[in-house]
Design a protein around this ligand. Sequence first.
Ligand code: PLP
Length: 335
Amino acid sequence: MERHQPPVSRTTVAAGYAALRTGAMGAVSAICGLLAARGERIAVEHPSYANILQLMREAGARLVPVPMAADHTGWDLPAWQRTLRAAAPQLAYVMADFHNPTGALADTGQRRELVTAARTAGTLLVVDETMVDLALDEPTATAMPSPVAAFDPAGSSVITLGSASKAVWAGMRLGWVRAAPDLIRRLAVARGSADLGSPVLEQLALTHLLRSGEWHQAVDVCRTRARSHRDALVTAVREQLPQWEFTVPHGGLTLWARTGGLSGSRIAEVGERLGVRVPSGPRFGVDGAFEGYVRLPFTVSGAQAVEAASRLAAASRLVAGGGTATTATPPGLVV
Ligand SMILES: Cc1ncc(COP(=O)(O)O)c(C=O)c1O
């Protein structure tokens, strides 16, 4: 399959049926509502995307964390096989394409084995492709592995979801689900008692982007901006927080940083008072894991990136010294 095909073309990869939802969050919510009754197990990468973990908790799911391998840059397939076999979760939620928060990208072998492990355990693999278009470097961009659904030709083990919100514009709240026809039908029926449909104006805008080919241009704008934000952030953090460790991702929108032994929760708390907002590591974990991490999004560049890193460095010094920020804060700066 060709890289950077818009979502409509990707529907041909597996079952060929799609349904629209309100962003990828809406898609996950609909899938959980339909397939994960309260108390049902859902296996997740550990770390995983904070808002989705929260959504699943609120839906009453029991989260089964599967640790990421190689310093959070890869998928530990033996751990996935063991966990799926032992816990037999109803669903497994994975972000194989520029995982949030680490930016990791699953290779072809990992994709194939994830599908095999899920099929063997009778688990439905929910693959979140929200970040798939955000490859920021070569050769990654031109050598992207096939979608996970390509390893499920029968279309019975993989549900894929995506969104226009990261590839085009955060305000375009259109997400989609691709799955077997029967599942798409059940999602459509369930929607009758939810919100009845997606806003038509946004659908028309998205249809225009896809039909005209301007989807590619819009994605390129986002990628160029994200690349420049990433590079500025990485340079500024390396300069001002040399004790922080991270792997620079080749795609996605986030940097997962180990905070040199300091509490990520405290840095987030003190940072907020100093006018820099970053989510702490434990938000991306189950049961308080990842206290020594923060996630830095690629949202500012130039002088703002330098200022953000400088405020984080100030927060880090205060936390290291056991202090806190008590003075009035400068205007909020969201990183
Ligand atoms: C992996 C992943 N899935 C889903 C979402 C939410 O997507 P949406 O804004 O389309 O609901 C995000 C947002 O950052 C994300 O990173």
